[in-house]
Design a protein around this ligand. Structure first.
Ligand code: COA
Length: 197
């Protein structure tokens, strides 16, 4: 009963009644809507998570089957309730299908973001619109002082998104992270930061 397990996580948190920062569950961005993932998104998430190009620079192994996705979505639901990590899927309002995702963790007034998008939708400005909107919410509503992201130093599309979103390259991080779909050796990455004025 996967949907039931998912609901249990939601209800359980309400009973615990903890005081955590609540980010908006939906974010309206013109033709796009960010919303919390559902178990019914598994096929759509698998489509981009198993794509060789989408997962190329990821710090996780390309998905090869859907079996781990249910537990991943349940743990994301729990992380949302704990306030440890917020995950949204990116959807086109017209059909509500998950075409990508954005994650965010907030600690000590600093937020880290990460994102990915189904390759069919690349180069339409979608991710830049999403990142700009989320930075605005983090800085203006959640009162974070800075928003940061890292990306592989060869990930030209992501670098462009970060720069178009107003983030500044602050540092080259040598041997920062393993990208297991490329090699087992840690690779250099850039640190980008948006600082609230
Ligand atoms: C990075 C990613 C999210 C970008 O999404 P997107 O919606 O296509 O991004 P946008 O359309 O807002 O902007 C992409 C920009 O990168 C540019 N770009 C894309 N590929 C490029 C490449 N190989 N070299 C140079 N520029 C590139 C586009 O031309 C565009 O810039 P422009 O508007 O100046 O023309 C998407 O490519 C993706 O999912 N990649 C795989 C996952 C990933 O790398 N995530 C980031 C981890 S840090």
């Amino acid at each position: 009963m996967p949907e039931r397990k998912f609901m249990m996580a939601v209800l359980d948190d309400q009973w615990r009644g903890r005081n955590v920062l609540k980010m908006p569950e939906t974010i309206d961005i013109g033709i796009l809507l960010l919303r919390r993932p559902r178990l019914t998104d598994i096929d759509a998430i698998f489509e981009y998570g198993s794509d060789q190009q989408v997962s190329y620079y990821a710090d996780w192994k390309r998905l090869t089957d859907k079996t781990s996705l249910e537990s991943r979505l349940i743990s994301r639901d729990e992380a949302w309730m704990d306030g440890t990590e917020y995950n949204w899927v990116i959807t086109e309002k017209v059909n509500d299908t998950a075409i990508g995702g954005l994650s965010c963790t907030i600690q000590d007034g600093k937020a880290e973001i990460g994102y990915l998008l189904n390759r069919k939708y690349w180069n339409r400005g979608y991710t830049t619109d999403v990142v700009k909107k989320v930075i605005g919410i983090l800085v203006n509503d959640a009162c974070v002082k800075s928003v940061w992201a890292t990306c592989d130093k060869d990930n030209a599309g992501s670098i462009r998104v970060l720069e178009k979103s107003g983030m500044k390259r602050e540092k080259l991080l040598k041997k920062f992270r393993v990208r297991p779909n490329i090699s087992e050796k840690p690779r250099d990455a850039y640190l980008y930061i948006y600082r609230a004025v």
